[in-house]
Write a protein that binds this ligand. Sequence first.
Ligand code: NAP
Length: 323
Amino acid sequence: MSGAAEARPKVLVARMLLPAGMELLAERCEVVEGGLDVSSERLLELAPGAVAMVADPTVAVGGELLDATGPQLQVVANFAVGHDNVDLDACRRRGIAVTNTPDVLTNATAELALALTVAAARRMSEAEASLRAGRWVGWDPGAGLGLELSGATFGVVGMGRIGRRYAELVTPLAGETLYVSRTPKPEAERDLSAVRVELAELLGRADVVSLHVPANPETTGLIGSAELRAMRTHAVLVNTARGALVDSAALARALQEGEIGAAGLDVYETEPDVPTELLQAPRCVLLPHIGSATTTARDGMARMAAENVLAVLGGSEPPNRVV
Ligand code: NAP
């Protein structure tokens, strides 16, 4: 019997972690991985005895899982910057640290928001689908007309890390940049000439509305029927933040009825289900939650999640503490 092996702390990786993080953890810990298709019942079986858990946006970390894991659990390291999948109060009450992976995914997510902006404005999904289906019969001066972005008014909802980077990326195109944030962002106002306004004003003036706020009780349902009606009829809505921000039935209706011009979505209310009405809606680009899916970002996130676990287990302050 090896004393050293016995002393290795158990880390539960709820689903999977890329090698950049796994290798760091495996040097010092016994790592148990649930796998990509782990069920919530299986997680409850794997959890007991873990001193650290690596979760991701698909893993609901609440009282039941925390209780099953046991009182020795010290940290939940979320493999994401968003942490709406983690019950922060339940962790706080149990003295469990919660960490996330900010910054390393900012470029990737902002770039995807830019890609969705252009793809939705220029109706790329339907154009490509038509070509692939053999329906393209030649250049047509009136077909597939979209929104020109040069000189457009961009509306950034949530001027945090990703919102700011998106604003930087669109600045060369923007006629004007409006933003909504809880607190003023003097640097964005100085460097990007961004103007802070109320959401109602942004919705009424912007040609593009891009969402970058976290999902929380305050932002759930931020964009519903009334907000969609307040948008310009040619405007593009982009959501790379969280599905909970947008009422997808209302969005599908707004697209069907021409209340807004187009939408580009990376996230949905109950992933991986994509509401049928959205699948059927016109002028809508739909991606499967790939905002942070670059090698650079995902390796950085994996390393960061592992470093947060190791810091807590080593008795240090984790670099990316949320709670
Ligand atoms: P962040 O730096 O914390 O920025 C969030 C911004 O939202 C902050 O400016 C904050 O204002 C603002 N905000 C928060 N609550 C608000 C409210 N109720 N009303 C108005 N503004 C509010 O976060 P981030 O790193 O940019 O990430 C943003 C979100 O993107 C994450 O939470 C996550 O859900 C999502 N995300 C998605 C993907 C993907 O794969 N699609 C990838 C990464 C992130 P203050 O600055 O005043 O606090």
